[in-house]
Every structure is written in C-alpha cells, then in structure tokens.
Write a protein that binds this ligand. Structure first.
Ligand SMILES: C[S@@+](CC[C@H](N)C(=O)[O-])C[C@H]1O[C@@H](n2cnc3c(N)ncnc32)[C@H](O)[C@@H]1O
Length: 274
C-alpha cells in the first residue's frame, strides 16, 4: 500500500438522511426504501454523492475533505456551457466522467452524451447513477492518453472537458488528437501554470512547452491521471494552442484561485453559424 493511502484520514460516516433535498424529483431514487438505498450506497465504493428529493444521500463522500458536500445537478458550469454553446439536440463528448454527475446535467439539458473515463469503476458508477436519474448516455471506458482509444471516440458537436487536462502527462498531444473530433466548441475547466511555476519543458509535437510538473496518484487513485505526474500548461500557451487547433473564438470566462493552484474556465468555439 502506498504512503499516501496509509496517511489518508478514514472516510467519515455521512448520514443517509437529513441533507438538503433536491428541488427536482429523482423518481427511481425517491421511491427506494431507506434500507435499499443504504444497500445501493454500499454496493460500490462511491466517491461523491447526490441527494434525492427526500434529502437522502445517493453515493458517498470520498474521504474527509474530499467531495464531502453533495454534488448539485446540474453543476453551475453546465448552465454556462448551455448559454455559450447551446446544448439542446447537440452531441457532447464528456471526458473524465467520474461518477456521472455532470453526465446527468448534460443529458437533462438536452444533449446526447458520450461520457468516457479511463477507470472501469467510474464507467460502471456513471452508468448506474445515470440509470437512476432516468438518462441513458453512451458511457465508455477510454484512456484519453492512449492514441488508439482516443481515436475510437465519435465526432461530436461539443466537448465537455472539466477537471481532467491537469491530470495528463501530455495535454498538448491530447488536445491535438481530440480537437479534430469537435465540430463546434468546448468548455475547458483546468488548472494552469504561471510563468513562475512553469519550471519544466514538455517536448510535444516537435515543440517545447513551458509547464509545471505536478505529482499524480496514478492508476490506483480514482481522481487522478493514469501516470505518476502531469504537465500543467501556462494559460497563454494553452489559449494559443486552442486558437491553432481552430477555435478562433476563445475566451477565459473565469479565473479561480484554488487549493492546488490557479484554475480557469475557458469557452472556445470555431465560430460556426448556430
Ligand atoms: C478530478 S476527476 C474530475 C471528474 C469530473 N469531470 C468532475 O469535474 O467532477 C478526473 C477524472 O478524469 C479521469 N481521468 C484521468 N485521467 C484520464 C485519462 N487519461 N483518460 C480518461 N479519463 C481520465 C479520472 O478517472 C477521473 O474520473
């Protein structure tokens, strides 16, 4: 067992009931008896949770301090994505779907969702959570850093890319391979390096990219990338890359200072007529 896992605080026991109820009914969960929902919650090692309209927990927090609060559906960024790009009737590829929370929000906004994750356990949890929320996305296991797996993905109108880029060993190669599959635009939420923290160079596509090398948990850590480190790009370089990949209308919607470093929410569009 690795040291990080040994030092991790034990998972708190969250109550089943007494959470802020979902304002929207979740019929397949709402009608479960408490003991059935308890069993559903303990069948798999859930790492985040949502709440039904009776204020009951579906899933679990990861550990103390990690996804301890319920995950809202929809996530606030999905409304922004909808305003920026229009989700209704559009095909959307969601990368790094984790346990399906954003997947449900996208599907409920009217998108046809293909959701992928490198970890089979996340694929299964996404399928199961979506089933209980009455949405039926196409959920697939795909490691976005394995070229052949990425190439097997369908072409789509829009790309939902939240919380994943900063987990990748080579984000440049990844975006270069993925961009041709995206017809219209994308929402990208990621950590970035600053000129001060970008002390390494990533050699990718025959070019050198300033980057911050960031330690990752690897395969055994469900939130993490698949390798022992990731490369965080400098914001200006990332924006320039998106423009080079054909997203002429690229804008930073928000800058956030988070525990692990600066983070941005980017919208990028090719500028096609609506
Ligand atoms: C920090 S979580 C973010 C989850 C979700 N998008 C969110 O914002 O809540 C990162 C997710 O990306 C997945 N992931 C990491 N590296 C990946 C890769 N190379 N290919 C596909 N999925 C990956 C992880 O398994 C995990 O589900």
């Amino acid at each position: 067992m690795n040291l990080r896992k040994l030092l991790r605080p034990p998972q708190p026991r969250l109550p089943l009931t007494g959470h802020e109820p979902s304002p929207v009914p979740v019929p397949a969960v709402d009608r479960l008896r408490d003991d059935d929902l308890q069993q559903l919650n303990s069948l798999l090692k859930w790492n985040c949770y949502t709440v039904d309209s009776r204020g009951r927990r579906f899933g679990d927090c990861a550990r103390a301090g990690k996804r301890e609060l319920p995950q809202p559906i929809p996530d606030r960024r999905i409304a922004l994505f909808d305003q920026a790009c229009g989700l209704t009737g559009r095909s959307v590829l969601e990368v790094g779907c984790f346990e399906g929370v954003h997947t449900i929000g996208l599907a409920q906004a009217g998108a046809q969702v293909t959701a992928v994750d490198a970890r089979m356990e996340n694929v299964v949890k996404t399928m199961l959570r979506c089933q209980f929320y009455g949405v039926v996305p196409d959920v697939r296991r795909c490691d976005l850093e394995v070229q052949a797996e990425l190439e097997s993905l369908p072409d789509v109108d829009l790309l939902h890319h939240v919380g994943v880029l900063y987990h990748l060993v080579d984000p440049v190669r990844h975006l270069q391979a993925l961009a041709p599959k995206v017809r219209r635009g994308l929402m990208l939420d990621t950590h970035v390096a600053t000129a001060e923290t970008a002390r390494h160079m990533l050699l990718s596509g025959g070019r050198q990219w300033r980057c911050q090398r960031y330690a990752e948990g690897g395969v055994g850590e469900v939130f993490s990338g698949m390798y022992d480190h990731a490369a965080w790009l400098v914001l200006d370089d990332l924006l320039q890359l998106l423009v080079e990949l054909g997203f002429a209308q690229t804008r930073v919607h928000e800058h956030r200072d988070e525990r692990n470093g600066p983070r941005v929410l980017i919208f990028a569009e090719r500028g096609l007529p609506a």
